[in-house]
Design a protein around this ligand. Structure first.
Ligand code: SAM
Length: 283
């Protein structure tokens, strides 16, 4: 088995396949040997489990997942990497590669067809240009999975794992807290990648919660997005502009949710967001 954290080995494989890195696909491959075993272990890959990986690169994390889980389905958009993976993953018979954009794959179908009887986890070193769309799509599809463990840019990790009521909160934080229990696992320095990005990274784990807190989730998230549509503005200003509604009416809705009219969205708890969405719905 090739050592995929050895830079000369990886360079040799890639050059034999005529592969050059694509910045626009977020291709920064892990070369620090301690990172992938940790993602695999803390991400839940073990006997009896199935893992979905997003973005394989040369297969460095795929290898650590395949050593531990019963089955890995890895989704990679770049077709230039498919022959590379045939070489690097040739020792494993429990890995299936899907050469597709993850946002176009029906993951519910993948889980049903590929992971019968297994607990399913998602693990990835995400392409940074679409971190939030991928995480949102995984959460909103209400996949039958236990947890999502992903490496993201450090600033994104801070936002995704922030406590509600703090200044780092954004609409995506509320969504993450609604669907899951987020946790920051560990930081990863920029030198752990080839090529090295300009920012440091962190690995987070989102443990999926299955309960539904509101009847109309579509309306709830419309209100949440509107609440954060204007950074550093009061909730009443953001909501009236984001929902195109009269400010006086919005102010009344905020008061009837038991909140002061000068409140800012960063100060709200989950309960407050639920109450606000309900009073806006009643307008
Ligand atoms: N897992 C590898 C590692 O850790 O070394 C590669 C991680 S690299 C940050 C992100 C990978 O995601 C790249 O291989 C890239 O081609 C792939 N990718 C980018 N956009 C994608 C998409 N929309 N769907 C699936 N894979 C994608």
């Amino acid at each position: 088995m090739q050592n995929l954290t050895n830079i000369s080995v990886v360079k040799d494989i890639l050059s034999r396949h005529g592969f050059t890195f694509s910045k626009s696909l977020g291709q920064n491959f892990i070369v620090n040997p301690s990172v992938c075993p940790r993602i695999a272990e803390e991400g839940g890959a073990s006997s009896g489990t199935g893992v979905i990986e997003i973005g394989t690169g040369v297969g460095v994390l795929t290898t650590d997942l395949a050593k531990r889980a019963d089955k890995v389905v890895a989704i990679e958009i770049d077709d230039r990497l498919i022959p590379v993976l045939s070489e690097t993953l040739s020792d494993f018979d429990n890995v299936k590669i899907i050469n597709e954009d993850v946002l176009k794959v029906d993951l519910n179908k993948v889980i049903e067809e590929e992971f019968q009887g297994m607990d399913v986890y998602v693990c990835a070193n995400l392409p940074y240009y679409i971190t939030s769309p991928i995480i949102m799509s995984l959460l909103e599809s209400r996949l039958n999975i236990r947890a999502i463990t992903v490496m993201v840019q450090k600033e994104a990790a801070t936002r995704l794992t922030a406590e509600l009521g703090t200044r780092d909160v954004g609409a995506v934080t509320v969504a993450v807290r609604y669907y899951s229990e987020p946790k920051l696992l560990f930081n990863v320095s920029r030198g752990s990648f080839m090529p090295s990005p300009n920012v440091d990274s962190a690995v987070i784990r989102l443990d999926i919660k299955n309960e539904k807190k509101v009847d109309d989730e579509k309306h709830f998230f419309k209100v949440v997005r509107a609440a954060f549509s204007q950074r550093r503005k009061t909730l009443s200003n953001s909501l009236s502009s984001g929902l195109s509604m009269d400010k006086k009416v919005i102010t009344e809705a905020i008061k009837s949710a038991g909140l002061p009219e000068s409140i800012r969205p960063e100060q709200l708890s989950m309960e407050d967001f639920i109450n606000i969405a309900e009073s806006v719905r009643k307008i």
